[in-house]
Write a protein that binds this ligand. Structure first.
Ligand code: NAI
Length: 337
């Protein structure tokens, strides 16, 4: 079957890693028509907006997008395309599986956890204003509806993946109303899943425990801001931002698949970025499209290549982005399974 997939190459290292990933996915057997769009600062000249309507219309139609990273300049006047996309398409769940890849050096072994991050509210609501000069207010929005929806998503994911425990992460000892509501909703949903254990951690303690014994964690359920921070911490447990995938999932089966990392302006245009994080996001996309055979093929190719010496600099090698992708394609070609 030929799928129609929306493609956002992004900027910075985005176009390089996206090209590498499309090459590998197609070599693995994915048949796709790609509808490609610019977003972010690059889209402003042509469309007058960072998030052009034709792009949103394409994702609403295809229900599936592969997205490279997009730069968000710091300061006023430019809202994040990533946040905008999640809001416009109601991509309420951010799913980030984190596990040790074979032969990718890290300080830990046996890490196999999943981060489920609420994607639409919290301090990311973008409701900030200057109260008086020198005093700024930023609103943290937590609702029963969004907290219940993400908690249900986490437990349903745990059930589907036969995972044992969901841990809600919060700071309800200080933010008694907002984070208090978040865990109240999680507790309520937990009662519908008696076969899955449920517990809670205060976010600072969770961070300490994650760097002391990450192998003890299973599914982590977090509001937006803690989810963002803890995701990068967890990427660091297994080899860094170059190796961790993510999916943004919404109602009606819409999925936007992207890496956790950003546009890495420090290494953009040098053909040295690691395409693995976006490739693993591509594997999540293949599974979302029920292309499990192609997904398994990519994973076997990745495992074969990581067993050898071909790898990018961030994970201890010297290969370029394209050399790494070519090696995976060759490994898949030689794969007779
Ligand atoms: P970053 O993730 O782009 O880079 C952090 C560090 O990790 C840099 O040293 C970079 O070279 C390295 N790195 C990142 N991805 C890598 C890869 N695939 N291979 C090898 N090394 C890699 O984070 P930073 O610098 O904070 O953000 C840069 C821009 O990206 C910002 O404008 C930010 O807003 C945006 N961003 C976009 C995201 C998205 O589109 N989903 C997510 C995170 C940040």
């Amino acid at each position: 079957m030929t799928h129609t997939i929306t493609l956002l190459p992004g900027d910075g290292i985005g176009p390089e890693v996206t090209a590498a990933v499309v090459q590998v996915l197609e070599a693995a057997g994915l048949k796709a028509t790609w509808e490609s769009f610019e977003a972010g600062a690059h889209a402003v000249a042509a469309h007058g907006t960072t998030l052009p309507e034709p792009l949103l219309a394409s994702i609403r139609k295809t229900k599936c997008a592969l997205k490279g990273p997009i730069t968000t300049p710091i300061g006023e006047g430019f809202t994040s395309v990533n946040v905008g996309l999640r809001k416009a398409l109601e991509l309420y769940a951010n799913l980030r599986p984190v596990w040790n890849l074979p032969n990718v050096k890290s300080r830990y072994e046996g890490v196999d956890l999943v981060i489920v991050r609420e994607n639409t509210e919290d301090l990311y609501a973008g409701l900030e204003h200057t109260v008086i000069p020198g005093v700024v207010e930023s609103l943290k929005i937590i609702t029963d509806a969004a907290s219940t929806r993400i908690a249900r998503f986490a437990f349903e994911h745990a059930r589907r993946q036969k995972r044992k425990r969901v841990t809600a992460v919060h700071k309800a000892n200080i933010m008694k109303l907002s984070d208090g509501l978040f865990i109240e909703c999680a507790r309520r949903v937990a009662r519908d899943f008696p076969e899955i254990q449920y517990d809670e951690r205060i976010v600072d303690a969770a961070c300490m425990q994650l760097v002391m014994f990450p192998e003890k964690f299973d599914v982590l359920l977090l509001p937006n801001l803690y989810g963002d921070i803890v995701s990068d911490l967890c990427a660091g447990l297994v080899g860094g931002l170059g190796v961790v995938p993510a999916a943004n999932l919404g109602a009606d089966g819409v999925g936007v698949f992207e890496a956790v990392h950003g546009s890495a302006p420090d290494i953009a245009g040098k053909n040295i970025a690691n395409p693995l994080a976006l490739l693993l996001s591509g594997v999540l996309m293949l599974r979302h499209l029920n292309e499990d055979q192609a997904a398994d093929r990519v994973m076997r190719g990745v495992t074969t290549v990581l067993a050898g010496a071909t790898r990018t600099r961030d994970i201890g090698g010297t290969a370029s982005t394209s050399e790494f992708a070519d090696a995976i394609c060759r490994a898949m070609e030689a794969d007779t399974q």
